[in-house]
Design a protein around this ligand. Structure first.
Ligand code: FES
Length: 509
């Protein structure tokens, strides 16, 4: 941990830094299991726990170490208050489905609480009221509509002119009795239980395809196969599309988080604003001291200004509204949003009933990921779940999803073409340490990063997913794709899919 008045030089998630995880081997042979799970985040680990509890033979693989992805970089809010969503869901899906979404997420929260109690998981689970607040008159009307939706759906809470947090507020909508926790201490405990129930785990094992048949097989990059009765894709972005065309139906956003100590005492509660830019606030205990987590500055991956500016904006907001005594951590997260904002959980397409996906949780993966695990394990064990229709990836809601479909894919096409035409004539010789530029080498668009030791790292900037051009992310030192959110390290390795192949490295000699 870097502590002081200045922003830490490198991003590091507090959750990752403060948990002690076991290491697991790489898969070096072809094997069989009842269920193969790809992805060691909240969905994959919870599903592994539930399925091994039922006596199934389960294998979980992860491209990196487990708990390294979005789950390791969340704010750790466990809540059914997902921004302004219930009025929109009533308009779009109807009251019954909006109720079901609320119930699904509340069931997830109760499940987390119960598992913590049953297994005595030490993870700072704390009940808090959750608030959406606004500083503007315009959004106040939307908050009023959302409050009416709460009434209609029987959600406990109320609209008020004030809230416990002392920052400007025109109106605040409370949802009673929500929670937050240390997500990795919780999941590490659950993972150990699953392992003692017989779960097999392989890290550093990249899934690249599914061979679909009665007993489908996960194919790894090394050519090994895991032949299963059921496959769960819990890898954030589904690595196997199965002609579901996810790249046309989801977009990736990045968000930023800072952890600070302040001389201001935390007033209780957890908060998110309804305004732009987003600000999401909760407290956390770090080394026995009260600290604040401030998140926000969401933007589409690979688009927008220099990424370090987003951390600086959060810092400026926190300094102005709360006051920073010590800057403790900074990190960022990647979230996926579907066209209609409802996650895709269930069979990847009709006709591929034993290959499942769980994706598109927006920023709300702690509850949506937990209910995804419950729903998929219910489908596998009992053949049914009350939430199957709600979350079905094969649903089709013509409006407004279709309008979004057009505008989102026009945006992708624009980036695809723009990237190819961009003037790229960066001067590699002028690079300072910890800087990157895009240039042309032998006619090829090439990204070059100069590291702290003044060593140059060059990659072909054409994304290995569908060919858009990646952009440098100065906040996290990654190459990010504006089309569907793939991210790569400066040496070309994959940080986030959908890409399953690394960027080509270029020899500068
Ligand atoms: Fe799809 Fe890069 S993520 S083209």
């Amino acid at each position: 941990m870097t502590s002081g008045n200045h922003m830490p030089q490198y991003p590091e998630s507090y959750w990752r830094q403060s948990v002690s995880l076991s290491h697991y081997p790489k898969l070096n042979e072809s094997i069989k299991a009842d269920v193969g799970i790809v992805g060691g985040g909240i969905t994959g680990i919870t599903a592994a726990y539930l399925l091994t509890l039922k006596g199934l033979d389960v294998v979980l693989i992860d491209a990196g170490p487990v708990l390294q992805g979005t789950t390791g970089h969340t704010t750790g809010k466990v809540t059914a208050q997902h921004g302004l969503i219930y009025d929109e869901f009533i308009q779009h899906f109807g009251q019954d489905k909006a109720t079901l979404y609320y119930e699904a997420n509340m069931e997830a929260m109760r499940m987390v609480e119960q598992l913590i109690e049953t297994h005595k998981l030490d993870c700072d689970f704390t009940k808090e009221d959750a608030y959406i607040y606004t500083e503007s008159d315009d959004k106040r009307t939307q908050l009023e509509k959302e409050a009416k939706a709460y009434d209609l759906l029987g959600i406990k809470g109320e609209l008020a002119d004030d809230m416990p947090l002392d920052i400007p507020c025109r109106s605040a909508l409370r949802m009673s009795s929500q929670a937050h926790f240390h997500p990795l201490n919780y999941l590490n405990g659950l993972l150990r239980k699953a392992v003692s129930n017989g779960l097999r785990i392989y890290e550093g094992t990249v899934a690249v395809d599914v061979e679909y048949r009665k007993h489908p097989a996960i194919v790894t990059r090394d050519g090994n196969r895991i032949t299963c009765k059921h496959i769960i894709q819990a890898s954030h972005y589904p690595f196997y599309d199965g002609e579901a065309f996810f790249p046309t139906r989801m977009y990736a956003e990045r968000a930023y988080i800072i952890a600070v100590e302040s001389s201001k005492a935390y007033p209780g509660g957890m908060y998110i604003n309804a305004d732009q830019p987003t600000r999401s606030i909760r407290n956390v205990t770090i080394n026995g001291k009260d600290a604040w987590l401030i998140a926000g500055e969401n933007h589409k991956t690979g688009q927008g200004e220099a990424m370090i500016k987003h951390y600086e904006a959060l810092e400026a907001f926190t300094e102005q509204r709360i006051g920073i005594k010590n800057f403790l951590y900074r990190w960022s997260a990647q979230d996926l949003t579907t066209l209609d904002k409802m996650p895709y959980i269930g069979p990847v397409t009709r006709g591929q009933e034993n290959v499942y996906v769980a994706t598109g949780f927006r920023k709300w993966g702690m509850t949506n990921g937990t209910i995804a695990a419950k729903m998929l394990s219910d489908l596998i064990v009992n053949g049914e779940s009350p939430y199957a229709d709600l979350y079905s990836p094969s649903r089709f809601q013509a409006d407004p999803a279709l309008r979004k479909f057009v505008s989102f894919n026009t945006d992708v096409a624009k980036h695809l073409i723009k990237g190819k035409l961009e003037y790229t004539n960066g001067d590699v010789n002028a690079l300072q340490s910890d800087e990157a530029t895009v240039t042309r080498i032998n006619g090829k668009r090439t990204g070059v990063y100069k590291d702290e030791n003044n060593e140059l790292h060059a990659v072909d900037t054409t994304c290995t997913h569908l060919g858009c051009e990646v952009h440098w992310n100065s906040g996290d030192r990654t190459w990010d794709c504006p089309c569907h959110g793939s991210r790569f390290t400066y040496t070309g390795d994959i940080v986030n899919g959908p890409a399953t192949d690394p960027l080509k490295t270029i020899n500068l000699d």
